[in-house]
Ligand binder design. Sequence first.
Ligand SMILES: C[S@@+](CC[C@H](N)C(=O)[O-])C[C@H]1O[C@@H](n2cnc3c(N)ncnc32)[C@H](O)[C@@H]1O
Length: 292
Amino acid sequence: MTTETFSAAWLRQREPFDTAARNAAAPALELQSRLVARKRIPTEPWRVIDLACGTGANLRWLAPHLGGSQQWLVVDHDASLLRCWPERLGVTAAGEGLDEPLAFCGAGFQAAVVRQHIDLTGALHTLPWHAAHLVTASALLDLVSLAWLSRLVAASMAARVALLMSLSVDGRHRWTPTDPQDATVARVFGAHQQRDKGFGPALGGGAVAILQRELRAAGFRVFSARSDWQIDGRDGPQARAMQRALIDGMAQAATEQAPASAQALRAWQQRRHALADAGRVSVGHVDVLALP
Ligand SMILES: C[S@@+](CC[C@H](N)C(=O)[O-])C[C@H]1O[C@@H](n2cnc3c(N)ncnc32)[C@H](O)[C@@H]1O
C-alpha cells in the first residue's frame, strides 16, 4: 500500500484549473436546476457532506452554485489540510482547533462549515447520510477501490441522497505537440494510479466508468460531463508551472512503477519541460451527478 499525501501547495496550484474545468462541465450537467429540484423543502438550508475535502476547493466552487443558506460537513484524514481551511476561506476570526465551526459567505450564499478528521476507508457509514441533501467529492475517485465505491453507492441509495463526484480522472492525456513516449508514460502512470492508496486496489482512471455503471445498476439517474484540465503554456507562468508540476508528477510516479525505464522517463521529462512554454495538455476528467 502507498500512503499518498496531497500537499496544500499542490491543491492550491491545481484549483484554478479545477475551477475552469468545472465551469465548463456545469452547464452540460444542468447542475443548478437539477440540484435545486432535489430539495424537498426549498426553504431548508442545504445540507452537504464533502468527502476527502482537502483544503476546501469543492466548497469554494459549489457553495455559490447552490446559493442560499447551507450547512457543510467536510471530512478528510489529513488534519494538516483541515487546519488550512480558515486561511483558505478567508475566515480570520477562527481559532486553531478543528472543532471550531467556520462561516463562509459570498454573493447569494452563507455556509456554516464543520470539519471532521476521519479516515474514509472505514468510517464512510458513520456519516449522517440520511440528514444530507447532497454528498459530494472532488478529485477522489481514482484513489478508491471497487469495494469502497460499491459501499458509497449503496449508502447513497439507502439514504436516497444525491451524489456529485467531480473531477475524476479518466486516463486521457492529450499533449500538443506530441512526443513518441507520451502513450508509454501515460500507460505506466496509469498502472501506478492503481496501487492501493488505503482503500484497497485503486481504480485509477477506470473509476469513473465503474461509478457510472454501479450508479445505474442501483437505480440512479446519472448525468455526466467532461471536466478536462486545459493547460496551455502560452497562457502564462501559472499554466507553465502547472504543466511542469504535472510532467514531474507523472515522471516520478512512472519511475516508481517501472524503475528499469528510469532513463527513458527522465528523457521524456526533459523533452516535455523544453516544450512546456509553448505546449499544451488536456487531462481527461469527468463530473458525475447522480439523482436517486
Ligand atoms: C486530490 S485531493 C482532493 C482534495 C479536494 N477534494 C480538492 O478537490 O482539492 C484527495 C484528498 O483525499 C484525501 N484522502 C485520501 N485518503 C483519504 C482517506 N482514507 N480518508 C479521508 N480522506 C482521504 C486526501 O487527504 C486529500 O485531501
